[in-house]
Design a protein around this ligand. Sequence first.
Ligand code: ZN
Length: 115
Amino acid sequence: MSDRDQEKTLAEQAPASYECRSCGYVYEPAKGDNKSKVPAGTLFEELPNDWRCPVCGVRKTQFINIGATGAPSGFASNLDYGFGVNRLTPGQKNILIFGSLALAFLLFLSLYGLN
Ligand SMILES: [Zn+2]
């Protein structure tokens, strides 16, 4: 019973990730920040006041709370979904380009075959 209670508490208190408004870098408490030697598990609120964005160097005040990254309906998972779609589109374009190239090549070969 106590174990289950603890699990529930942990899920409800999942640490919030913070996104840099300047460059989009996301600080995840579970990962910490290797560049600034911030150990994994450090909450954003616990970061030193002189901590800066490891990517663009802005202050903590430029970060916004985007909620827990592991949350089922969290903003972060929507963000991942968006990136996934963005990655798919150029891939589909490539398939179309290579497909039409292959088709043109086959047409080219068949013309040679006729000669
Ligand atoms: Zn940044």
